[in-house]
Every structure is written in C-alpha cells, then in structure tokens.
Write a protein that binds this ligand. Structure first.
Ligand SMILES: O=C(O)CCC(=O)C(=O)O
Ligand SMILES: [Fe+2]
Length: 431
C-alpha cells in the first residue's frame, strides 16, 4: 500500500507536470536603436519569424517551458538559419520578460511572489513613542489624518513608496515615515538627537570665535565663524560669489537631477530624500568656476587644519543636491567617525555650499556636537574629521540635513581626501 507521503509526492509531481505544460506569457524587449526580428526556433529546419520588434519596443508571446527564441537585425536575407541569429534564449517559467542581449532573468516562485506583492497594500502600525500628541497625515491625501496620543498605535493600509507625515501640536513637520518595502509594518515616531535641534524654536548656534581669513585666490577678506574647534565645524558667510551657484546649478540641470543611489531592489530610499547630480572637475576648462571653488576650499582646509589636500580630477566629484518639501538627509557621517586611525586616501573634510537657502526647516545640524547651521544664500559650512593626532573624529561631525518644511534647498557638497593623485584617484580607495 502506498504511504500518504508517497501519495502526496505523486500528487505534487502531477500538479508540477501539468503546470509545466501550461502556456505562459513572455515579453521580449528590444533595447537596441534598430529593429530586431524575433524568431521561434521550433523543431523545423528553419526558425520561423514571429514579428519585428521596434527600437525600445516590446513583443508578447504565449509560450511553453523550454521553447527557444532568437533574434537578429532585419533584412539580412529572405530566410533565416540559426547561425544568422544574434542571440537566443530558452523560455522558462518565471522569466516574464527577456531583454535582447541581456542575461535571462528567471524569478523563482518566491521572488515572483515578492515581485507581485511589491506594490500591494498592507497594514502598517504607526506608533507615537514621544511624550506628546502627534498628528499623522497621508502625504498623498491630506484629508486622511489622525491624532495619535503618546504611546498609541494607529493601523493604516499603506503601499510601498508612500510617505506619512508626523506633525507636532503646532503643525510643525517633525518626522516623515517612508514605506520602503512591502510589509514594512513598524513605523514609529520617536524623539531622536536631532529632532529638537531641527525644530524651528532652536536658533542657529553662535560661534565660539570668529577668525579672519584672507582668500588669496580672490583677494577677499572673509570671516570664518568657528562653531567648534576639534573636530572643526565652521560657518562661512559669503563664501560663494554672485554667479558661482548659478553656474553650478546650470551644470547640474544640464546633466539632470536624479534620485539618490538605487540599492538593488530597494529603490525607495528613506535616508536621503533629494535629487542630485555629480559635478566633475573640469579637465577641458581648468579655470572653470567649479575648479576655482574647489581650489579655494582646499586652500582654506590647508590653512585651517594643515591638511595635505590637493585639488584635482583625482578628488571626488562635487554633488549638487536639491531638496523639496519633506526632503531630508538623515543622520550620517561623511567619513569615518568612530575614533579609528586615519586610513590613507580617506575623506578628511566636507564643505557644503548653501546655494539656495530653504525658507523654513532644512538646517544642517550636528546632533552629538549639538550645533545648528541655518543656511543663508551663498554661505557654506566646513567640517573636518581627521584630527591632529591622526585619529578620526568620534562622532561630533555626525550631521543631518533637517526636514525641509517650506521652499527649496540647493546645496553643493564637496569632499576632500588626502593622499589622492592622478596615479591613485579617489575611486581607488572605496572599500
Ligand atoms: O543637506 C545638508 O544640510 C547636509 C548634506 C550632507 O550631509 C551631504 O551632502 O553629505
Ligand atoms: Fe553629509
């Protein structure tokens, strides 16, 4: 007599075999600039033409597990033999789409389910972990709003990519929950180190001393407002000249501003909600505004911290960043900030140009150092994280771009590295 386990196994094999023989949909995509002919390679002598796929176009077929397809540029000859094909692929369940020229991508059952579910609604728990009442609002539907008492949890149906705002009793935006992926259930509002610093009631920090700085490159006398000595955090009023920022903005817009890095499948990013473009050192125009600004900033760092930093194409590109309402850059260090020895080729300092100051919110704050810089047009902030003892900072340069409450904020971030040169550019030191 057959055991239950054997019977169950046989049944599952039968279901599997049956499914295997069911047709499924497969989309072919032509990424090339010219059309491609799509062929089915059956058991016959010659592949048979299914149709022509236009540049960027798609072609749907219903096919079966293991069936073969091929493609080639059109009008090579009236007939087609397999060796005239430019590429071939075997259809597999879970393939769903095949891009000519690319490796076949077959999703296993689990990945297929995930893919389908990615944008499905699910229930998320929003908990107010602060000691005061907060209001929660769906940013794509402002009438969907609810008060959340201290300690209380609200359960809402949400989808990946949505944003939910937490505002205080007086209507100030304090936190934005971002639904980064399907089934991310827990979304808490809690006071973080930077919350109070970022709030409007906290004024910008006063300098501990003001230093005079002679900018030899432009023949200008500038003031350096030292907010902290070691690691150094300094505010630089009037750092850029009229036209400097407009030039960098123009370059960035010509390149095109795009979302911050995309990490594999995780393409909703909560930590840095802004669009940006890299501004490279200009090799064709050595006296470009960007190059000049880099030279000026490096001189300043050399002067204030005796850093051995050399400007040039071997340094990282600048990053033009634009924040809109609700944008922010959550707390992070630009370099290493946990008191380890400086490693050759690493970042030692950051200079942020404030090109367009936000109207409300959008300060840069340093939670551990408890400092706040409120951007003004054409000012900048410089902070250094390689200390004079050769060790890195211990967290005082941790910083955040606060939530932008009104207006637009445009900055240009510059990083400085020691020990980089033409033979060993910055990209050699990515770990
Ligand atoms: O937007 C800001 O104020 C901070 C930007 C920042 O931290 C960065 O670009 O690394
Ligand atoms: Fe940063």
């Amino acid at each position: 007599k057959e055991s239950d386990t054997d019977a169950a196994y046989k049944r599952s094999r039968l279901v599997y075999e049956a499914k295997k023989n069911e047709p499924f949909a497969l989309i072919f995509e032509n990424p090339y600039a010219e059309p491609r002919e799509l062929y089915w390679i059956g058991s016959g002598a010659e592949p048979s033409l299914m149709g022509t796929v236009e540049p960027g176009g798609e072609f749907n077929v219903n096919t079966y597990e293991g069936h073969a397809f091929g493609w080639r540029p059109p009008a090579q000859s009236e007939t087609c033999t397999t060796d005239e094909l430019e590429g071939t692929v075997h259809a597999a369940r879970g393939m769903e789409r095949h891009v000519f020229g690319e490796k076949p991508r077959v999703l296993d059952a689990h990945a297929r389910k995930r893919e389908q579910e990615r944008d499905d609604p699910f229930e998320a728990h929003f908990t107010n972990r602060a000691a005061y009442a907060m209001r929660l609002t769906d940013t794509k539907n402002a009438s969907r709003t609810v008060d959340v008492a201290p300690g209380a949890t609200r359960i809402w149906s949400v989808r990946r990519g949505e944003h939910y705002d937490w505002t205080s009793g007086d209507g100030e935006l304090l936190y934005r929950s971002v639904i980064e992926f399907y089934d991310q259930k827990k979304h808490d509002f809690k006071e973080e180190l930077h919350t109070a610093l970022c709030a409007e009631k906290t004024p910008p920090s006063e300098p501990v001393r003001v230093a005079e700085y002679r900018d030899e490159l432009d023949g200008r006398d500038l003031q350096v407002e030292i907010l902290r000595e070691e690691p150094l955090i300094a505010y630089l009023p009037n750092w850029t000249k009229p036209g400097d920022c407009a030039d960098m903005e123009g370059r960035a817009l010509r390149i095109g501003l795009a979302d911050a890095q995309v990490f594999g499948e995780r393409n909703v990013i909560a930590d840095r909600r802004a669009i940006s473009a890299n501004l490279e050192w200009s090799r064709s125009n050595e006296t470009s505004i960007t190059n000049h600004l880099i030279k000026r900033a490096f001189k300043l760092a050399e002067n204030l911290r005796s850093y051995d930093v050399t400007p040039g194409p071997f340094q990282e590109p600048l990053n033009f960043i634009q924040y809109a309402h609700g944008g922010e850059y959550r707390p992070h260090c630009d370099g290493v900030c946990h008191r380890t020895p400086y490693a050759r080729g690493g970042r030692v300092a950051t200079l942020i140009h404030y090109c367009r100051a936000p109207e409300v919110g959008g300060a840069t704050v340093f939670p551990k150092a408890r400092l706040k810089v409120q951007p003004q047009d054409d000012s900048a902030v410089l902070f250094t994280y390689k200390q004079s003892d050769g060790y890195m900072d211990d967290g005082n340069t941790l910083h955040t771009g606060c939530l932008l409450r009104e207006g637009v904020k445009q900055i240009v971030t510059m990083w400085m590295r020691e020990d980089v040169h033409d033979g060993e550019p910055w990209s050699d030191f990515l770990s």
